[in-house]
Design a protein around this ligand. Structure first.
Ligand SMILES: Cc1cc2nc3c(=O)[nH]c(=O)nc-3n(C[C@H](O)[C@H](O)[C@H](O)COP(=O)(O)O)c2cc1C
Length: 293
């Protein structure tokens, strides 16, 4: 999705090698979220971006008496004053943004093991997926969100300014892994009819990865697979989990490509005793490893 981009302010200062320009662009992201407008204020010299400030209309919650456009124009005014009066001081304080999304390569398969019990049934499912990937010489990374430091999403919408989250925590390495993988497997027990808390943290914080994809684009053709276990009997116990995971994958442009849902686990206790289950899991993983897009 390409937002409509409009130049709403342009000022030039100095000349020759010292020439500096200040621009303010308005981008319309209404196709993504109703009324979302992003303003980008940039200072350029020698064709290099020297400072950037971004703000968008979704950052300002109902009780905040500010508007993104007013903030952008006021900041432009302040920067203009500083550039006219003391450009050297201005450049001491403003740094061009360094996007975080250019790091590490991703494994072929990424598994989120969403149970806080590393040695529980989701752990067994993750282990089977790992074994299968290794057999096919694929690289795999299993992520245990409950062992990581992940702040909850605070709904600041600043990720739609830069494509990165304002928090610098273990979520970066999770997004690094998801970014380039071919197969994304999510294992979750049903907790109070939905996914576990640790997994929900990851899901909500992946909004920053959604923003990154909207702004910079991303890998296409990634596949997603869900393995879930429920203590109670009946498929109805997975209604919420399947909806949450489908919405999560679609939000990241990852194609939901299958699920294995195992109920009645409170009675079964150990899913290794379910005949044919390991084979089903293997076959599902193999079918997706063999069909890269
Ligand atoms: C806090 C909590 C909430 C749970 N809520 C549900 C539920 O709503 N429905 C259900 O069928 N099972 C529920 N269970 C049972 C788990 O889904 C079941 O024990 C599962 O096998 C745990 O997976 P694990 O072995 O991978 O940790 C809950 C368990 C816990 C600890």
């Amino acid at each position: 999705m390409e937002p409509v981009r409009e130049l709403i302010l342009c000022r030039e200062f100095g000349d020759g090698a010292n020439r500096v320009s200040l621009t303010l662009h308005r981008e319309d992201f209404s196709d993504l979220y109703p009324g979302m407008i992003r303003f980008t204020l940039s200072v350029l010299s020698n064709k290099k971006t020297r400072a950037v400030f971004r703000t968008n209309t979704y950052e300002y919650s109902p009780l905040v008496p500010l508007k993104a456009e007013t903030v952008a124009l006021k900041t432009a005014e302040d920067w203009e004053d500083q550039l006219r009066t003391n450009p050297a001081l201005f450049f001491q304080d403003h740094w061009p943004e360094t996007p975080r999304h250019t790091r590490a390569s991703s494994p072929d398969v990424v598994v989120i093991q969403g149970s806080p019990r590393g040695d529980g049934n989701c752990g067994i499912l993750a282990g089977w997926a790992m074994e299968t990937a290794h057999e096919f010489d694929k690289t795999i990374r299993v992520i245990y969100p409950h062992d990581m430091s992940i702040h909850c999403c605070i709904g600041c919408y600043q990720c739609y300014n830069t494509g990165s989250c304002v928090f610098d925590d273990d979520m970066d390495e999770i997004i690094d892994a998801i970014r380039g993988t071919s197969l994304f497997i999510i294992c979750s027990p049903v907790y109070t009819n939905t996914v576990t808390g640790g997994l929900k943290l990851v899901i909500d914080r992946c909004q920053a990865y959604h923003a990154e994809r909207v702004i910079y684009g991303g890998k296409q053709g990634q596949k997603g697979l869900l393995f879930s276990v429920a203590g109670r009997k009946g498929e109805v116990n997975f209604t919420c989990v399947t909806r949450v995971i489908t919405a999560f994958l679609r939000n990241l442009d990852i194609e939901p490509s299958g699920e294995i849902l195992i109920d009645h686990v409170d009675a079964v206790k150990d899913i290794r005793t379910i005949p044919g289950l390991k084979r089903n899991v293997r076959e599902k993983v193999i079918s997706l490893l063999n069909n890269p897009s």
